[in-house]
Write a protein that binds this ligand. Structure first.
Ligand SMILES: NC(=O)c1ccc[n+]([C@@H]2O[C@H](COP(=O)([O-])OP(=O)(O)OC[C@H]3O[C@@H](n4cnc5c(N)ncnc54)[C@H](OP(=O)(O)O)[C@@H]3O)[C@@H](O)[C@H]2O)c1
Length: 338
C-alpha cells in the first residue's frame, strides 16, 4: 500500500489543557499484517473526557498512555486487508483504535465487529448513543440511579454526550428531570429539544438559586458527570434514600491538585444516600442488551441523539480540548477519512 500512516504519539504529560507540545504527529508506512491479523482503516474517532485522564501520570482504570505511545481512543473503522476470518474485508469495527490512520487487529487484540443490523446507523451514533456513551447513560441511570415516576433527577454536563441520553432516559421513566449545563443556549436546547423539565445554567451568577428553584422537592437521583462545586450543591439537596450514579468528575480532569471532599458529605450519611461509582467497561458483556433497547427507543422517536462533528486528523488534539471548554453539544467525534 503506497499510502502513509499518521499517528499522534504522546510527547509529554500536560499540565492543564493539552497544548502544542503534548503530542507529536508522526508519519510512517502503513503497517503490514501477519498471520491471523487484519488491517483497519480508522475513519471516525470518539473524543471522550477520559482521554485526558489517560495521559496523566496516575493510573486510572487503565494504565497511563506511555510517552511515545499512540494516543489511546475509541474509534470506528473498516477492515481493508485480512488474514483472519473473524474480521473480513469490508467489516465495520468499533473499539480502541487510537489516534492513527491504520491499526492492526487480531483475536488477541480485537475490535468489535458492528452487526449488519446496526451498520446503517450514522458513525457518530455508533460511537455515541449506540456505543459506549449510550451504554454509560443506560446502565448508570437505569441500574444505579433507578429513577421512579415523579422523582426529581438532576444530570450534570446535561448537554453533553452522556448527559443528553441520561436525562432523556430518566424522562422515559416518568421522572422530573433537571439538567445542569453551561450557557443559556445549551440550557434552552435541553428543555426545548430534549424535553428536560428545567435547566440550570452553571455559568450564571445565580446558578445556586436556579438549582434551588428547579428542585423545590429536593433531589432523588444525581447523575454526576462533573464533580466540584456543582456536585457539592447537588449533594446539599439530596433527599432521604437518594441515589448518586457517580459517572464522571470532568471539572477536575485538568487539575493535578486533588479536590477536597464535598463539605456537605455528612448529608449522604444523614439522608441514607446510596452512591455508586461505575466504569462502563464492567458492563461490556451487556452492551448488546443496552444497544437493542436504546435503538428501539430511537426508532420510536423517544430518544434523540445529537452530535458535534470535527473534520480532519490534524484537529484531534484541539477536539479533545473542546470538551473542557464546553464547545460540543451531544457526542463529539472527529472524522478522519471518508
Ligand atoms: N464512568 C464511565 O464509565 C464513563 C463513561 C463515559 C463518560 N464518563 C464521564 O461522563 C462525563 C461526561 O462525558 P461525555 O463523554 O458525555 O462528555 P460531554 O458531556 O459530551 O463533554 C463534556 C462537557 O462537560 C462540560 N464541562 C466541561 N468542563 C466542565 C466544568 N469544569 N464544569 C462543568 N461542566 C464542564 C461541558 O459542557 P458545558 O458547556 O455544559 O460546560 C462539556 O461539553 C465525564 O465526566 C466523563 O468522564 C464516564
Amino acid at each position: 500500500m503506497s499510502e502513509e500512516n499518521r499517528r499522534y504519539a504522546l510527547a509529554e504529560r500536560p499540565e492543564g489543557l493539552i497544548n502544542d507540545d503534548t503530542f507529536t504527529l508522526e508519519t510512517g508506512p502503513v503497517p503490514e499484517i501477519g498471520e491471523g491479523e487484519a488491517l483497519v482503516r480508522v475513519k471516525w474517532i470518539s473524543i471522550d473526557p477520559t482521554n485526558r485522564t489517560w495521559i496523566g501520570e496516575e493510573p486510572t482504570y487503565l494504565p497511563p498512555v506511555q510517552i511515545g505511545e499512540t494516543m489511546r481512543a475509541l474509534g470506528l473503522g473498516e477492515v481493508v486487508a485480512s488474514n483472519n476470518d473473524n474480521f473480513p474485508v469490508g467489516a465495520l469495527v468499533n473499539g480502541l483504535t487510537g489516534w492513527t490512520d491504520y491499526t492492526v487487529i487480531s483475536d488477541a487484540n480485537p475490535l468489535m465487529v458492528v452487526p449488519d443490523s446496526a451498520k446503517s446507523a450514522p458513525p457518530a451514533t455508533l460511537l455515541g448513543m449506540l456505543g459506549m456513551t449510550g451504554c454509560t447513560a443506560y446502565f448508570g441511570m437505569l441500574e444505579i440511579g433507578e429513577p421512579k415516576e415523579g422523582e426529581t433527577v438532576v444530570v450534570s454536563a446535561a448537554a453533553g454526550a452522556v448527559g443528553t441520553v441520561a436525562g432523556q432516559l430518566a424522562k422515559l421513566k416518568g421522572a422530573r428531570v433537571v439538567g445542569i449545563a453551561g450557557g443559556p443556549e445549551k440550557c434552552a436546547w435541553i428543555v426545548d429539544e430534549l424535553g428536560f423539565d428545567a435547566a440550570v445554567d452553571y455559568k450564571a451568577d445565580d446558578w445556586r438559586q436556579q438549582l434551588k428553584d428547579a428542585t423545590p422537592d429536593g433531589i432523588d437521583v444525581d447523575f454526576e458527570n462533573v464533580g466540584g462545586e456543582i456536585m457539592e450543591a447537588v449533594f446539599a439537596r439530596l433527599n432521604i434514600g437518594a441515589r448518586v450514579a457517580l459517572c464522571g468528575l470532568i471539572s477536575g480532569y485538568n487539575d493535578d491538585t486533588r479536590p477536597v471532599d464535598p463539605r456537605v458529605f455528612a448529608r449522604l450519611l444523614i439522608h441514607r444516600v446510596k452512591l455508586q461509582g461505575f466504569i462502563i467497561l464492567d458492563y461490556y458483556a451487556r452492551f448488546g442488551e443496552a444497544i437493542a433497547q436504546l435503538s428501539g427507543w430511537v426508532a420510536e422517536g423517544r430518544l434523540k441523539s445529537e452530535q458535534t462533528v470535527v473534520e480532519g486528523f490534524e484537529n484531534l488534539p484541539n477536539a479533545l480540548n473542546m470538551l473542557f471548554k464546553g464547545e460540543n453539544k451531544g457526542k463529539l467525534v472527529v472524522k478522519i477519512a471518508d
